[in-house]
Each structure stands twice: as C-alpha cells, then as structure tokens.
Write a protein that binds this ligand. Structure first.
Ligand SMILES: [Zn+2]
Ligand SMILES: [Zn+2]
Length: 372
C-alpha cells in the first residue's frame, strides 16, 4: 500500500525528517499490519538524526512508540487479530532465546538487531524513491500504518486511550523500570533522578510507587521540575550542586540509596557527579543513551570501589514487556500511573520537525504524533 512516512536520508547530520510517500508491503506470516492512532516522539529517534546512535545504513523510517488497531494478521500470528488494540514495543521479545526464557527479555537476542535496518527475517517491508527503507526498531511508527513482527506487538484493553497508550511502548517502561527493576528501589529510600524528561519523569513515578520516602528531581528546565513535583518528586533542583545540598540534608550526609541517570544524552562527565550523590553500597543506574563513540567516563573509581557502590546499566528499564506493559496499564486504570499528564503537545506527522525542536528546547515531556 502507499502511505506516507518520516524518513532520515542522511542519519547523523541533523538534517531533520522528510515526510514523503512510502510503499508498505503486506505483512508476512508472523507479522501484523497496524493502523496507528499515535506515535510518541522519543529521544532515541532524535539520536539517529544527531548521530549519537550512528546508523551505517539509510534511509530510515523513524518512530517506535506506537499504538493503534490491528488491520491484518499473518497466518502464523497467534493471539492477535484484526480489531485488537495494541502497542508496539521498541524491543521485541522472541520468547525463545536464553534471555527471554530466563525472564530478561530486555536483552532478547532478536532485539539486538533492532538497529540493523532490516526486519528480523533480513528483508525490508518499506520502500521509498525506489529504495529499501530500514525501520527504527523493526517498526517505523512515523507513518500512519506499520507492518510489525508479532514479537514487537502487545495487545491492550480497548478502554485505554491509544494516544496515551503509545507512551507505554518505550518511554514509560524505560523510566519506571529504571527505578523499580534496575535500581531496585525499596520502601523508605532516597532516590535521585537526574533529568526528568520523557523517561526520567517515569523514573520519578516508579520510585514513588516503589515507596521511596524522598525523590529528588534534578533538571535545569523549570517546567520539568514542576512536572516532576506534580508526579511524585518531593524535592526538585536545577543542578548537581543543589542536589548534593538537598540529599546531604535529607540523609544526614549518608547520601542517596539510588541515583538514576536519565539525562537526554548520557555524557561521561555526568557519571562522576551522580556517583558522589550515591551512598555507600548504593546503586547508580545509567539509562541515558550515550554517544556511541564515547569511551571516557569521569568517575572517582577509588571512591566507588572503597564504598562498595554499584554501577548498573539499564535497557528498557530492565522490563519484561509482556509482563510490565499490562501491569503499567493496570496501574494507569488504578490512577497510580499518570499518562495523561505526560503528553504535553500533539502534532500532525507533517509537524514532526517542530515536535523534535520542542523536545530539544525542553518544552515537552512527550510530544505525540496523532493520525486520523
Ligand atoms: Zn524510545
Ligand atoms: Zn528473545
């Protein structure tokens, strides 16, 4: 079918997204065709444009936080049928690899290929200007229709507004899981979240649900600090100096049980200050995507070793999407997880570059593209 999509023809050059006609093939046996209602604008897509996540291939159809309705399901698809409401997940879970089978589907072997420019079977479903197009995360939700592997699609209840459900495909579990799973937040903890944008705001929500007594949000943007306080932060400060003072006061100098780094870009120079906020035996979680070629991290290693601190990387908040997506939606129904407040502004697909500018300039927690 012919439709339109937002492409990067020269990833890594900050050239912005080109909205143009694309040709979408029908779903194969283990794939579904989804008519999307919405797609979140996630920083990972911006990383493709800036080159923080380098792509050795092009063009790419961006977008991985989608929600919509199944139109067609291939012959070998089980558990998904036309009419089902679904979210796309930016990492698939094949259910068969060592990682999926041991309950760590965020490390799924199939998921390791999401930036390879081809569907899991090595072919392309999308073409533009006569050329094969790679899809971000096997998906490409910056288009009103997406053909996705069934392993990347999760059915949801029809009572959940699709425009809000889209955020469950990446930003919400990534942040929430960073606090709940990766940091292992416990009742009474003091938790610091560094960077409270579309991911960090959900680390604040996760820490709140896990029972943290003190949640300190660190963000230079006043609007993001206000939102963090609205959604659970007990304190908010603009910078590391402020965070150090508040945490020292709150903990009598012991410092924070958990520190979660969810800044827009995971620069090595941010790790050291986060380490100093972490208490003896505490955990520092790094969730931010870092520039791929960055090899240096500023960290006082002696302090880290002698204080028995733990540095923990987290992909997708260490979530198991098939367990955590339904759980998060139940928490939304119960009024515990706030999704409505996360959508700052909606855009038409044609306005996508404006949406990313608004993200860059700190105006949005999440911008969401809505389709007809
Ligand atoms: Zn994302
Ligand atoms: Zn797997």
């Amino acid at each position: 079918m012919k439709t339109e999509g937002a492409l990067l023809w020269e990833p890594g050059t900050n050239s912005g997204w080109s909205v143009e006609e694309i040709e979408l093939d029908p779903p194969k046996a283990d794939e579904v065709l989804i008519k999307l209602a919405a797609s979140g604008l996630c920083h990972s897509d911006a990383h493709l444009d800036t080159g923080d996540i380098p792509l050795p291939w092009a063009p790419v159809l961006g977008g991985h936080e989608g929600a919509g309705v199944v139109v067609e399901a291939g012959a070998e698809v089980h558990g998904l049928a036309p009419g089902d409401h679904v979210v796309t997940t930016f990492l698939p879970s094949c259910g068969r690899c060592r990682w999926c089978a041991s309950g760590v589907s965020s490390l799924c072997d199939v998921g390791a290929g999401v930036l390879g420019g081809r569907a899991p079977d090595g072919t392309n479903r999308i073409h533009a200007r006569g050329k094969p197009v790679g899809a971000m995360s096997f998906l490409g939700t910056f288009a009103p229709y997406v053909v996705a592997p069934s392993t990347s699609v999760i059915r949801i209840g029809k009572d959940i507004p699709l425009e809000k459900a889209a955020l469950i495909g990446c930003g919400v579990p990534t942040g929430w899981g960073s606090a709940v799973h990766a940091a292992g937040t416990e009742v009474g903890d003091t938790v610091v979240v560094v960077g409270t944008g579309g991911v960090g705001i959900n680390a604040v929500q996760g820490a709140r649900m896990a029972g943290a007594a003190n949640i300190v949000a660190v963000d230079p943007v006043p609007f993001k600090r206000e939102m963090a306080e609205q959604l659970g932060a007990t304190h908010s400060v603009p910078d590391f100096d402020g965070a150090g003072a508040v945490v020292r006061e709150l903990t009598g100098g012991v410092m924070a049980d958990r520190v979660i780094l969810t800044a827009s870009v995971g620069l090595g120079e941010l790790v050291g200050p986060c380490g100093l906020l972490t208490r003896k035996g505490g955990t520092l979680v790094v969730t931010s995507a870092a520039p791929a070629l960055q090899g240096q991290v500023d960290l006082n290693l002696l302090d880290f070793v002698m204080s028995g601190k733990r540095l923990q990387g987290a992909l997708y908040g260490n979530c198991n999407a098939r367990v955590d997506v339904p759980k998060l939606l139940d928490l939304y129904r119960a009024g515990e997880l706030h999704l409505d407040e996360l959508v700052t502004r909606t855009y038409r697909l044609e306005e996508i570059n404006q949406g990313f500018r608004d993200m860059d300039e700190g105006r949005n927690l999440r911008g969401v593209i809505v389709y007809d």
